[in-house]
Design a protein around this ligand. Sequence first.
Ligand code: GLU
Length: 316
Amino acid sequence: MAVTGRFAPSPSGRIHLGNILCCLLSWLSARQKGGRVILRIEDLDTARCPRRYGEQMIRDIRWLGLDWDEGPERGGPGGPYAQSLRTELYQAALERLEAQGLVYPCFCTRAELHAASAPHREDGQVIYPGTCRDLTEEQAAERACRSGRPPALRLRVPAGVIIGFTDGHMGPYSEDLARDCGDFLLRRSDGMFAYQLAVVVDDAAMGVTEVVRGADLLSSTPRQLLLYRLLGLKEPAFCHFPLLLDSGGRRLSKRNADAGLDTLGERYTAPEILGKLAYLAGFNPSAEPRTGESLLADFDWEKVPREDIRIPEGLF
Ligand code: GLU
């Protein structure tokens, strides 16, 4: 079967090492199988992801020498390739779920949801306890009046359904969604569609067959698989790769200013950055410079670690 991979960054800042690794692995994994690559800008949150950041991200990916067959500036049958321009598709999917009686309004405030007394799972994520699930019309009207803002919308997650899959890199993973996550958001109270819904609608509409992304999203996958099933869409294969940690063992974030391309791009060429990342990810024998193209011969998921990867002091 022809492979279609994709890279779907959220441009909330300059591209950083974590995004670059994701871009490199999704590109290599698809290209090595003779597959196509799609670039999609995940700027659902337009306040955090202004257009100029998306444009910068596109320039940065080009600078890295990683190309795409469909996406911004190239076009293609699955466009537009920015989530901010795809709201109608998310609305249509929401309506299909509504027609199945699976959507309900939620009036809970942030403070209520994140209260210390709220149920949490081991990784710290809040489990929605179903507060607004079975409100009578009167109760809903009363809560609407008290909250004074439009409700968020949640998916009614079926009880006792375990959603499992075999990740192409991390192996089997499953969740009992009702117990481990609860009814999850489809649209926020400010009208913004949830990532979980948008990513499923987009990957399916664009014919993506292989999703490569960081292990921080492994636990989102069962929610997405449930949506694929409820919407009758074809599921892609998933490959989650380990996260990069700074030399102190903390997850890379915007705090690590030197992990962004604004700093890296001044110090290194694109092949130098890709070569070091490929070395960390186990498929460049040394940290010497490499282009994406030259790494096609060496890339192998089996060489990529499954544990988080610590970036040694002085490598970048
Ligand atoms: N847009 C997400 C991010 O940048 C990635 C979504 C995905 O790959 O499913 O973290």
